[in-house]
Structure formats: C-alpha cells, structure tokens
Ligand binder design. Structure first.
Ligand SMILES: [Fe+2]
Length: 346
C-alpha cells in the first residue's frame, strides 16, 4: 500500500492518496482544486492510475478537485448520498464498501459537521474528514450541521472503533498530522462531555466567523458536474423515454458501467451487459469487448451508470476511440428507476 498525506496550506486541508502497489490503482480523498497539478504529477511519479476521487463532505473552505480530476484523468467521483452536489459518479450510503484491491474502504455516514459527512475506515486507520479533528471537531453551524447528530456520529461510530485505530483528519490548523481513537477519547477537549446536550451547548457557543471562501467554495462545490457535458455528449444523450423505446423494440445493447456492489444493490436494466467503467479503456480499444460487440451488432449501444457521469465520460472515450452508434442514458439508472422503467435483479 502506498500512502501519502498531502497538505494545502491555504485551507489547512489534508488530502490522502492511497495506492495499490499490486494493481497500480489509486484513490484520493478530499483533493483541493489548486493542487490538481501536484496530484497528477505525484500519481504519475508513483506509477499510479487514479480510479476514484472521494470527498468526505461538501466543503465550505476550499474548492474540491473532484471535477478537475474527473475531467483530466477520467476518474470516478464519489460522495455521500445526502450531498447536494449536482453530479457525482457514485453516491454512498452508510456501510457501503469501496472495493480497493484487498483493502476495502468502509463508508460511515457521520452527520453533524454537515448532513452529508462521511468517514472512511480502511484497515488500521480512519479518514475522519471534519467529523473528528485532532483535539477538535468540525463546526456544526452551517450546511445542515447538527451538533447532537455530530455527538452521536462521533461517539457511536468513531469512538467505538479499536483504540489504536489511526485518525487521519480532513484538516489541521496546528501542524498535527495524525492521532488515534484512544488519544482523542482521552484528550480531545470537546469529547469530555456527559452527553449530546452538553456537546451541543459547546458547539452552539463557538461563535466562529464564516470561512473566508465559503460563498465561492460552496457554490463551486455544488456544481462540479457541469463540465462533463459538451455538445457531442448532449447530442448523444437519451432520456429515459427514448432509451425505454429502444428496450421495448430490442433495438439496443445496454451496457452497465457500474461496479458490482452498485448493481447488486440497485438492480439493472433488463438484458444489460456489465462492463465496469474502471475497465473501459481495454474494452473500447480494437479487440476490446465493447468495440467488438458494437462492430458485430446493428443495435445501438447505450451506456449507462448510476447518474450519467461515468456514461458521459465513457461515451466521449468511445467516440474518441472511433466507435460509432454509441449513446448514453442521461441521469443513469437513478433516472430510469425514478421514471418507473423496468429493472431486473442482476
Ligand atoms: Fe468541512
């Protein structure tokens, strides 16, 4: 396992790169827009391909690099299902597992700092975002923050982890880099309380000024999906009704780009073939599965994923690779099921 903790001095944000030496695949947690070039250079130097960019929550103090990394590297963007962001590739629920070689990341929904806050537990460590900081906790006075929910998230989901679990926070303003659950339980002044009410009283009396970049950062972080769509993508986007007509006439090959845990949980469009987005580049090259299927069939190939982001990126890559008669489902499987279109168990 390759592990890097990177720091943005302006917002005091920690960003984490996790790399799998065996597969050469990488994840990044809480990347900062201004550091995008640095991440790309470092990933390149370490020989890593970025698979997923994850934000622990909707940030108010810096602009996320999720959109920039997706646009530059074609990675999958990931946030919690509660996030108000306009588009990400994958939305998580409490307990969901992000498969990453043989060391999975478990998503823990930890509302409090914001309602969309998640922590990520991986083997001996937990990435706590702003839910739990070193000798502190994230403020709870904006973005649907809730100090009592924060208390329960911290005490029920984090402090119940083994004491030697390493705590890697989303920020530090004093220069500390990591802690442990036992250390925070014993020495974090905010956690020396008798219950949720006492914790809420502390949090409601912090009287902190708004983060300097708040208005700019929140607005930017809510609209990271916009750049996925260009005229070519728009032209080749099918709405649910159009895609459904293809299904009824058996006129399309539906390609599901999601990962196995996603379609196991949500279901699939009947008759879909499965080609996870992470393996796309092999599938669209000459000799690749999708390339060959498209060449041998008169049917339109319709790419789909959870929300339409991966399929838009895949559509662009497929067209760039010279594939024709490929389209994608706008809004993805989420829009499909919301419209009452038929689904099947995988
Ligand atoms: Fe935050």
């Amino acid at each position: 396992m390759i592990f890097r903790q990177l720091f943005d001095g302006l917002s005091c944000t920690y960003t984490y790169i996790l790399g799998n030496e065996g597969t050469g695949e990488a994840l990044i947690i809480d990347p900062v827009l201004e550091k995008t070039e640095r991440y790309i250079q470092l990933l390149d130097e370490l020989g890593l391909k970025l698979l997923k960019a994850i934000d622990t929550h909707l940030h108010a103090d810096h602009i996320t690099a999720l959109g920039a990394l997706r646009d530059r590297l074609g990675c999958i963007t990931v946030m919690g299902g509660q996030s108000a962001v306009d588009m990400v590739s994958m939305r998580l629920d409490d307990g969901d597992v992000i498969e990453f070689g043989n060391i999975p990341l478990r998503a823990l929904h930890t509302p409090g700092h914001t309602d969309c806050s998640y922590c990520f537990l991986m083997a001996d460590r937990v990435f706590t975002g702003d839910t739990l900081l070193i000798r502190g906790t994230g403020r709870t006075d904006f973005q649907n923050g809730d100090p009592e929910a924060g208390y329960h998230s911290i005490f029920a989901k984090l402090l119940t982890l083994p004491g030697d679990t390493l705590v890697y926070p989303g920020h530090d303003y004093k220069g500390d880099t990591l802690s442990t659950i036992a250390e925070e339980k014993a020495h974090n002044p905010r956690l020396q309380v008798s219950g949720a009410k006492e914790y809420a009283a502390i949090m409601n009396n912090l009287h902190l000024p708004d983060p300097k970049m708040m208005d700019v950062a929140v607005a930017a972080n809510l609209t990271i999906g916009a750049s996925v769509f260009d005229p070519m993508v728009e032209e080749n986007t099918l709405c649910v009704a159009e895609a459904r007509r293809y299904l009824e006439k058996d006129g399309a090959l539906f390609i599901d780009l999601r990962e196995a845990p996603e379609h196991r949980k949500a279901g699939v469009i009947p008759g879909s073939l499965h080609a996870p987005y992470a393996e796309l580049s092999g599938h669209i090259q000459p000799g690749g599965m999708l390339r060959e299927l498209a060449a041998r069939s008169a049917k339109t190939m319709i790419l789909y994923c959870a929300y339409g982001e991966r399929s838009a990126l895949a559509l662009r890559a497929a067209k760039d690779a010279g594939m024709e008669n490929v389209r994608h489902l706008g809004g993805g499987f989420d829009a499909w099921t919301s419209a009452g279109a038929p689904s099947a168990k995988h």
